[in-house]
Design a binder for this molecule. Structure first.
Ligand code: PMP
Length: 385
């Protein structure tokens, strides 16, 4: 029997529940194996350290990296800040007279966008490349903007809001040719699409565990160890954990969860990815049938398996929230204390304020069912027609 009142979560781009298998792997590290991995003299410390190293192997394996190339952080926000500020500082100290140019896009997550803007205030030249009509960065647009002193390119792998996938392989080729570091915010890519730093030779990569069924507050920074060897100065100073790169007592349960989640994603991806693409297409077809005016934002096929960003022209999602209450989704704009805030991503894509107000993001995940999607289509069509 279908429970007609059950809430339906369609906001997996925002965060995912911790997988029960991941939770089971984490639990002993809150209780029995609670040691500090920096306690070298006893078994509690050894157990924790072993678990941390296992996690490093698991997440390295997911992206075809070497374990020594992984540093644990508190999430992608920290990893993104680290890359941008630490690289700026390193380059400046190596050559104080030389200007430094970074390139990113207008379609980055705020943790890259606002950090780049801060770097700009601190004297770095930053260019924000425009996306194409699907919100993707083209290699040609990036090539045109390069300067002799361009030192860093940073592009989101899979867009968190509109789902488009950037041509990372081509961007990596360009970066290699020009000998410029390439960083990617792969937070929405890990566990959703194949990510290999061998196939796509980025130099730096950020991600967060809670987007792939791990816990919140745990993430990674991948740093290439050869061809080229990337050396970033530390971001946090203190006890010298993480080989001196990132001080602070490690969050062992969260790191264990991150590793377990990565291993599970690696195992499930071959069947999970096509299943989610099919479900996403099912949802989109269903919505189009019931609400023909609906428009898809982002690329029709080169997009995240889990994401649908949709605009309903002439509608105001905020006003319709009471009718959409059962569905967990995210809005393209929000009204805070009387002022309308439009998503910068949608604005960069060229949507007007009215269109942004008629935009919502639905995102699917491991536990989404066709039955739930049928209900979601019904709820949307009742509210929007
Ligand atoms: N980058 C992208 C693409 C994201 O979607 C998010 C989370 N919304 C982040 C970075 C930041 O992740 P966290 O909040 O876990 O640091």
């Amino acid at each position: 029997m279908t429970d007609i009142t059950k809430p339906i979560y369609l906001d997996y781009n925002s965060t995912t529940p911790v997988d029960p298998q991941v939770f089971a792997a984490m639990e002993p590290y809150f209780k029995t194996h609670f040691g500090n991995p920096a306690s070298f003299a006893h078994q509690w410390g050894w157990a924790a350290q072993k678990a941390v190293e296992k996690s490093r192997e698991q997440v390295a394996s997911l992206i075809s990296a070497k374990p020594l190339e992984i540093t644990f952080t508190a999430g992608a926000t920290e990893s993104n800040n680290w890359v941008i500020f630490a690289l700026a500082e390193k380059l400046r100290s190596e050559n104080p007279e030389s200007p430094i140019h970074f390139v990113t896009s207008e379609l980055e997550h705020s943790s890259v966008m606002n950090t780049m803007k801060e770097a700009e205030r601190r004297g770095i030249e930053v260019d924000f490349v425009k996306g194409n009509k699907y919100g993707q960065v083209s290699v040609e647009a990036v090539a045109r903007i390069l300067k002799p002193h361009t030192k860093l390119l940073s592009f989101i792998w899979v867009n968190n809001e509109i789902g488009s996938i950037n041509p990372m392989k081509e961007l990596a080729q360009l970066a290699k040719e020009k000998k410029i570091y390439l960083h990617t915010d792969a937070t929405q890519a890990l566990g959703k699409i194949p990510v290999s730093v061998q196939d796509v030779p980025v130099d730096l990569l950020s991600a967060s565990a809670h987007k792939f069924y791990g816990p919140k507050g745990a993430g990674i920074l991948y740093t290439r160890s050869s061809q080229p060897k990337v050396i970033l100065p530390p971001y946090l100073f203190g006890g010298g954990q993480e080989h001196g790169h990132r001080s602070g007592t490690l969050n062992v349960p969260a790191i264990v969860g991150l590793g377990a989640a990565a291993e599970l994603c690696q195992k499930l991806l071959p069947e999970e990815m096509p299943r989610l693409i099919e479900l996403r297409n099912y949802l989109w077809n269903g919505i189009q049938n019931k609400i023909p005016a609906a428009r898809l934002n982002g690329h029709p096929t080169e997009r995240s398996p889990i994401n649908l960003s949709l605009t309903f022209p002439g509608k105001n999602i905020e006003q319709l929230l009471p009718k959409l209450g059962r569905l967990g989704f995210s809005q393209g704009s929000a009204c805070h204390t009387g002022t309308l805030q439009i998503s910068p991503m949608l604005a960069a894509l060229g949507l007007t304020a009215d269109e942004a107000q008629g935009t919502l993001r639905l995102s699917l995940g491991r536990w989404t069912t066709t039955e739930e999607l049928d209900i979601a289509i019904e709820v949307l069509s009742k509210a929007l027609n």
